[in-house]
Structure formats: structure tokens, C-alpha cells
Design a protein around this ligand. Structure first.
Ligand SMILES: Nc1nc2c(ncn2[C@@H]2O[C@H](COP(=O)(O)OP(=O)(O)OP(=O)(O)O)[C@@H](O)[C@H]2O)c(=O)[nH]1
Length: 395
């Protein structure tokens, strides 16, 4: 045994040396591919939490000639499983209850009075206007309710509620197509072109957060997604988006330098989406005021550049529900410049008003497709007229 001591020592040195080299190389490999996105509180050096189950494809660079970086999600341990989107809208009821007396409750309390006077009808109309329903739709609803009260003489609380429910659902319009354009197209030769969703809106409405939440909705539905951080104006936006993506194992294409051309980033994101055979490419854009011509032109350019490579299947305008009628002015201009196909109404949890849903749809002829119900990662719900009205009436 003592004779063999030098041999054992040499073997031990060899083993330790090899282990040391492997550890060093893997640390180098990680830092080469980029740092873990901010907000991820897990220790990447802990081999038990770094759960890389698939062989890494070459995702360290964008397409040839691109100026962007593809931030791959493979280093993030414990990839989250997002909640299924169905039924999320029911949560609106609790959120509304917390944010004060919701529209439906106020309408019901007036309609349930014994004999409805002119003052009562005025109060109903005022309530609708204060909730941002807009004059036209408010007038229509009052007319419809007046007629029904006169003709049907509904008095009992259940009858009144059911009448109001029917009329509100009709106003919100259950016939609008609220499906999202997130289905890729397949050519005859089997080539897949990803669906491309562009997300636009003014500053701070919740665009980046919405892209993050929508990524989770799509992942929960089994789609493969690539993100494009075309908000090159606010540096933190790309980090924010990368974090959202990484949490559910989704790549983010972002600019390698600050202030890069957002159209190039969007273009590279679509190219990367194609290269990865992704189902959907979601492109986040910088916030812009609708009256700033230069920024709106930039949006037009992003749209033109993307459509050179793949058709835009959805342009989502993100509106903050708490800004009420001001959101309508924004919506009009964005609709002209970017060809909006769907509205995302965020922060619906922060307002007792819900009438903007009706107003914006009427004004633009574009349906509300998604609503933001809070700051949680799965607080984005597919919108439907019945679910919305039920939440209003039960709040
Ligand atoms: N309560 C609530 N907060 C939300 C909702 N959606 C977004 N927010 C918050 O709104 C704030 C702004 O969100 P961002 O996603 O950064 O907004 P943005 O439009 O990308 O901002 P810019 O890039 O500056 O234009 C954040 O604090 C979000 O958490 C929502 O549905 N409810």
C-alpha cells in the first residue's frame, strides 16, 4: 500500500485537475453565452438547479449579417409552466370588487328601483358615460332598456339582472372575432412561416408586460415562440423582455448595441423565428405618443420591414384602461399607422370603469382580444363578452 502511495497521489492529482478544468470550462461557457437575465433569482452555478435537458442548438447568434443577439433561454433553471388561459377572465370579478363599485352593480341598483323616473334614466345614462362607454352606445343601451321595461314590465331582481345582462352582452358584441392571429402558415413544400404579432402603444401602457404575459399564454397552449425586443429606446425593456422569455424557455432577439434601429431588430426576430421553426414571433416596440410624427413613421418602417419577410398576422394595440377616453384618441392614430387588428386593455384591475371596451370597439371596429388583470405573470385573460359582463354584474 505504502509502495503504491506515489501512484495514488498522482491519480488523485490527475482526477482533481480534470474536474477543475471541466468546472472552469463550463463557467466560461456560461459567461460567453451571456448573463442570466435580471430578476432570475436562481443560482446558475448550482448543477442541481441548472436543468438543461435538450442539446443546445446554435442559438448564440442571429441570422447571418444581423446586428442582433439572440439570448437563449437554456441557462435558466426551473422553466415555469404557465397557467392555462381558459377561465382567467373570471378573476376580473374579484379585481373589480377591490377597485370600487363596478359599473354593473351601479346599473343594477338603479334598475331595481320600483318605478323608474326620468331622473333614474338620467342617472343610468350618467353612470354609463362616467364609465367611458361613450355617448352613442350609452344612448342605445338606455333606449333598449327603456323599451324592455315598458313592454315586458320586468320588476323582480332576477329578471332585471338577466335583462341588463343580455343588453350589455349585445353592446360588447359577442359576434366579434377575438381569436389571435398566432397560427403559422405552412407552404405546400412544408416550409413554416411563423405568425408575427406586433405590439404597439404609448409609453407605460404595459406593452412589454403584455408581450411577456402573452408569451406565457402561447407557451401554455403549446406554441413555440421567439421574442423580438424592438424597444431599443428604453434599455431596460430588452432586459425585462428577456427575463419574461427566459422564465418559460423562450429566446429573445435583441440589439447588440443601445439605440439600434428597431426595424432591424424586428426583422432579425422574424428571421430567427423562421430559422428556429417557431410558431409565433412576438415583437415588442418602444412606447410612442400618437402625435409624434417621427416615432409614428418609425412604426410604419417596422411594419414595412417585417412584412418583407413574413406577413403580420396580428397588430395589438395596448391601451391602459385607466386612461379612459384619452385611449380612444391614441387608438385612432395607431389604427391608421400600424393597421391595428386587436386591442389589449391593460390595468382593468385598476378601474371600476369598463366602458372603454365598448367605446374603443365601436370607434375602431377592432375587437378587444385580451385584458390585463394585474401585475402577476398570468394576469392576462382572453376576452369574451359574456365573461366580461358576468364579471361586471357580479362584482
Ligand atoms: N395593475 C396592472 N398593472 C399592469 C398591467 N399591465 C402592465 N402593468 C404595469 O404597468 C407598468 C408598465 O408596464 P410596461 O410593460 O413596462 O409598459 P410599456 O408600455 O412597455 O412601457 P414603455 O416601454 O415605457 O412604453 C408596469 O409596472 C406593469 O407591471 C395590468 O394589467 N394591471
Amino acid at each position: 500500500m505504502t509502495d503504491q502511495l506515489p501512484l495514488w497521489i498522482s491519480l488523485a492529482v490527475l482526477v482533481l485537475g480534470t474536474l477543475g478544468f471541466v468546472g472552469y470550462s463550463s463557467t466560461r461557457g456560461r459567461s460567453h453565452r451571456g448573463e442570466l437575465p435580471p430578476g432570475t433569482d436562481t443560482d446558475v452555478d448550482d448543477p442541481t438547479t441548472t436543468d438543461v435537458t435538450e442539446p443546445a442548438p446554435d442559438t448564440t447568434t442571429g441570422p447571418a449579417g444581423s446586428i442582433t443577439d439572440v439570448v437563449e433561454p437554456l441557462l435558466v433553471p426551473d422553466v415555469e409552466v404557465p397557467e392555462a388561459p381558459a377561465g382567467r377572465l373570471a378573476r376580473l370579478r374579484d379585481r373589480l370588487a377591490r377597485s370600487g363599485s363596478p359599473l354593473g352593480t351601479r346599473l343594477l341598483s338603479v334598475l331595481s328601483r320600483d318605478h323608474l323616473s326620468e331622473d333614474d334614466w338620467d342617472e343610468l345614462e350618467e353612470t354609463l358615460l362616467l364609465a367611458d362607454v361613450g355617448a352613442g352606445p350609452a344612448g342605445e343601451l338606455i333606449d333598449a332598456l327603456r323599451t324592455r321595461v315598458r313592454v315586458e314590465g320586468v320588476k323582480d331582481p332576477v329578471g332585471v339582472r338577466s335583462m341588463l345582462r343580455q343588453e350589455l352582452v349585445a353592446l360588447v358584441d359577442p359576434t366579434l372575432d377575438r381569436s389571435l392571429g398566432t397560427t403559422p402558415t405552412l407552404a405546400e413544400d412544408g416550409t413554416k412561416t411563423p405568425a408575427v404579432v406586433l405590439v404597439v402603444g404609448v409609453n407605460g401602457t404595459g406593452k412589454t408586460t403584455t408581450v411577456g404575459k402573452l408569451t406565457r399564454v402561447l407557451v401554455a397552449e403549446g406554441s413555440t415562440v421567439v421574442l423580438g425586443a424592438a424597444d431599443t429606446f428604453r434599455a431596460a425593456a430588452a432586459d425585462q423582455l428577456t427575463t419574461w422569455g427566459a422564465r418559460v424557455g423562450v429566446e429573445t432577439v435583441r440589439s447588440a448595441k443601445d439605440g439600434a434601429d428597431p426595424a432591424s431588430v424586428a426583422f432579425d426576430a422574424v428571421r430567427t423565428g423562421r430559422a428556429r421553426d417557431a410558431d409565433v414571433v412576438l415583437v415588442d416596440t418602444a412606447g410612442r405618443l400618437q402625435n409624434k410624427a417621427g416615432l409614428m413613421d418609425e412604426l410604419g418602417k417596422i411594419t414595412r420591414v417585417i412584412t418583407k419577410d413574413a406577413p403580420l398576422t396580428e397588430v395589438l394595440l395596448v391601451l391602459d384602461a385607466t386612461t379612459g377616453q384619452n385611449g380612444l384618441n391614441q387608438a385612432r392614430v395607431f389604427a391608421e399607422v400600424a393597421g391595428v387588428t386587436g386591442i389589449v386593455l391593460t390595468k382593468l384591475d385598476g378601474t371600476a370603469k369598463g366602458g372603454i371596451v365598448v367605446a374603443v370597439q365601436r370607434e375602431l371596429g377592432v375587437p378587444v382580444k385580451l385584458v390585463g388583470l394585474g401585475e402577476g405573470p398570468d394576469d392576462l385573460a382572453p376576452f369574451d363578452a359574456e365573461g366580461f359582463v358576468d364579471a361586471l354584474l357580479q362584482g
